[in-house]
Design a protein around this ligand. Structure first.
Ligand code: UTP
Length: 290
């Protein structure tokens, strides 16, 4: 079986309710972490992991994502004319750094339904899914590469995540683990979307990154609406676990939920503190405020 992974899918068609009112006019995936949209950090992690084909699942009114990754010759010429070459560098490669595809999710029926919309583009390929509002900062090997390695090792679907504190597990898909087969690699018995703290099978949480084979589409096509009246990706994975081996892999790096206000603020602070052009002055600024 072909175990290459060359496609990435980024669902960004959600309603962004937790970020209203700004999401009335702007997709939350386009909200900026300093001078780049959230989604661009995910795109760069995919590229850093060897993924060259990226599919955005967008809603009808999210054209700004398409615009961001399009070539803008007029802007480039204008910057050159005005001797602002340093800015040209930051936008020149945006449209060519990967092959970008767009597919529309007309109705916001959930994350599972959003992934299903990519079926005709993905066809018979394996693919990574990354939530459009989840970024991970890392040094060295990318978290997605760690998941792809686990996929190649097991030839099976991989759910990526980390252990979270017990009081937070009710916000995520929780792993029901059969056994640990390798360091940080667990065979799954089940997976439960947003369990109660009392019934959570473990504190290992699914954190917005997966590697799938195309057979996930068959599961998604037969997945009824679940929690929140949405077609849940977790439910499709739970159904797959009954038929074949599925694994959970812990990834390294610090993950931020940018769909949540505090998570988003923390991402901005940590990115600022990691950038050579900003860290010293930003550190002084933060210190002066505390
Ligand atoms: P979330 O549940 O965090 O997104 O989905 P949301 O629905 O926009 O959030 P709130 O609760 O209303 O604030 C995780 C990812 O899945 C995408 C979102 O855009 C986000 O990147 N998603 C979710 C879709 O593409 N379509 C959907 O129908 C739901």
């Amino acid at each position: 079986m072909n175990n290459e992974v060359n496609y990435g899918v980024i669902p960004c068609a959600g309603k962004g309710t937790r970020f209203l009112p700004i999401t009335k006019g702007i997709a939350k995936e386009m909200l900026n972490i300093i001078d780049r949209p959230t989604i661009d950090y995910i795109v760069d992690e995919l590229i850093d992991s060897g993924i060259k084909n990226i599919v955005f699942v967008i809603s009808l009114n999210k054209d700004e994502i398409k615009k961001y990754y399009s070539e803008d010759k007029e802007l480039i010429n204008d910057l050159i004319k005005n001797h602002k070459e340093e800015y040209v560098k930051s936008i020149k490669n945006l449209s060519t750094k990967a092959n970008f595809h767009y597919v529309i999710q007309y109705e916001q029926l959930g994350l599972g339904h959003a992934v299903l919309q990519a079926k005709d583009i993905i066809k018979n390929n394996n693919f990574v899914v990354c939530c459009g509002d989840d970024i991970t900062l890392y040094k060295g090997k990318s978290p997605i590469s760690e998941l792809i390695e686990a996929f190649k090792l097991t030839n099976s679907t991989i759910v990526g995540g980390q252990k979270v504190s017990h009081d937070k597990i009710n916000k995520y898909g929780a792993m029901d683990i059969l056994n640990e087969v390798n360091e940080g690699l667990f065979k799954l018995k089940g997976i439960v979307e947003k369990p109660s703290l009392e019934t959570a099978p473990s504190d290992f949480a699914s954190l917005g990154k997966w590697v799938f084979k195309p057979n996930i589409f068959e599961e998604l096509e037969h997945t009824p609406k679940g929690k929140g009246n949405e077609i849940q990706l977790t439910d499709a994975i739970a159904s797959l676990i009954k038929k074949e081996d599925v694994y959970f892999k812990t990834f390294t790096g610090k993950r931020y939920d940018c769909g949540d206000k505090l998570g988003f603020l923390e991402a901005i602070i940590d990115v600022a503190l990691s950038r050579d052009d900003l860290k010293d002055d930003f550190y002084k600024l933060i210190k002066s405020k505390i």
